[in-house]
Design a protein around this ligand. Sequence first.
Ligand SMILES: [Zn+2]
Length: 312
Amino acid sequence: MTTKYKKSDLEQFAKIIENKKVEKKDNYSIKEAIQESKKNNSPNIISGTSSGIKLYMFQTGTLKTKLKYIKMNQSNEDFEIPVPWFLIKHPKGDVVIDGGNAKEVSVDMHAHWGSVVAAYEPVMAKHENCIDQLSNIGQNINDVRYLLQSHLHLDHSGGIGRFPNATHVVQRKEHEYAYNPDWFAKAAYIRQDFDKPNLKWHFLEDKKTDFYDLYGDGAIKIIFTPGHSPGHQSFLINLPNTGPVLLTIDAAYTMDHWNDKALPGLVCSSVDSASSVAKLKKVAAENKAIIVTGHDPDAWKTFKKAPMFYYD
Ligand SMILES: [Zn+2]
């Protein structure tokens, strides 16, 4: 069942976040949040027309996999990873980054993903698709102006074609490769997800368009970070209060990848992968950015998640 929240509830939640009353607990139920805000007698001060930039962090469930599929040459032990994706509210138009697994995965994972399910088994409830989750925070899907694709792997391609007014931004190299991947990467691309009619694409051209500034205001920068896939890209989000947040996505699956202790279990170039991490580290240091890795089960727990929480 999809929970719908009233605007007044959302305003209360926003107020709670501002008061930082609930930070010690990660997973508040909506009921608890309302109780908490009543206890604090929070007035509705968050305007629905706020012009500020906000970053919401979501996930479409998890993938049950093996450690070796995430960290190259490591053990066969079970490893469960979150599948993150993001919404950025921006005065010039809202932006979704990736979109997690396609909603069809929650209906019949074998039909939609095929044999790859044996290595990466999705755990995803029906309401966890990106469209239902966005409606939970009152997001109109028509207001999504851009869908930014870090790359086109199956746990990132679930939002493509679901936003009627969105331009899809991807590296040209990634788009071409997705149609004709090497044998070892084939299972990671689900053609039905990205081969849809009437999609508006905007292709970026690797080094020539590096640090692409989406709105020209420095709020959202797209960084070319190949290695995990040929046209992978990461994102630097500049938030007015929180400051810079670096979404590495799969350029660094986990903090072990960030700290040069592991290569990705799925990689198209280990050399490029290592250079991309080095490049992102420089960006993070120069900007004093908060680092959000792509699939780290421990690090991901420490971030504030939608629908109740956001970064501004
Ligand atoms: Zn990937």
